[in-house]
Design a protein around this ligand. Sequence first.
Ligand SMILES: [Fe+2]
Ligand SMILES: [Fe+2]
Length: 290
Amino acid sequence: MTLADPVTIVHLSDLHFGGFADLRQIEALEEFLPTLNPAAIAVSGDLSQRARHGEFQAAHVFLHRMRLKIPAIVVPGNHDIEWWKSPLGLLGEKQKYAKYLRYYSELRPVLEVPGAIMAGALSSYGVAFGSLTWNLRDVAVKGHLPRSETRRVQKIFAAAPPEVAKVLVVHHNVLAGGTGRMGLARWRSAHKRLLGTGADVILCGHDHHEGAGQIEGGVAVSTSGTHSYRQRGGRPSVFNLVNIDELSVHIQHFRWVSENRHFIASDKFSFGRQGAPKAAVSVAGGDQGL
Ligand SMILES: [Fe+2]
Ligand SMILES: [Fe+2]
């Protein structure tokens, strides 16, 4: 079996076009990202602030310019859906995603690039039964991952060649991360099912606080920050560069330096790949007991 070459993916999140977007960062990203030579860009949701046309249009222009150079995959965040048009899904599922779908053709996109298959999983449902918790602050903010989503992604990854990297893109943070809060309701069940998808790495956001970690030592998780003025605790904004090689997933943070108006390489974390093809080990010695 031939092992794929390393693949590099830019992971952005929470651009939040609208009143809070930091345009200096957006402009710096436009210039800087192509120089990193990524195979793809993933944007893990919250393109807008209030799901307004102008916000979606600004995000669309940014992504269009990026896509002229680099393929991109985008999933919706909780800010990108008009959940109030169908609270609890009582008026159907279509209304709340209609505006998003005018600008982005899919809620559950799949992107294949050399060396990787990337699948989006939908976690943003607004006020929905699956996302409800006992905390009132969570209403319309938390997400959830239905069984049908993890099963669908698992099938996509199972059908892909074993040597390609499997990248799952979802909006809500799957680890507690910087704020100590989980993005997903019923996260224990979600963790078990995410481990079963066969993903090598999960790309998420929503927390507005960067992170790199693992679910139960099995799947690497990249949490990207925000490029809006709504960072946590006045910390500098961060995006992640994810590199997947034969055996490992490397997650590199790039921090925004406001005075110089550029991003600099910062902390880097490495994790073993869960589903990497294992190198064959030959043991000399015939019938010797091991
Ligand atoms: Fe956000
Ligand atoms: Fe969010």
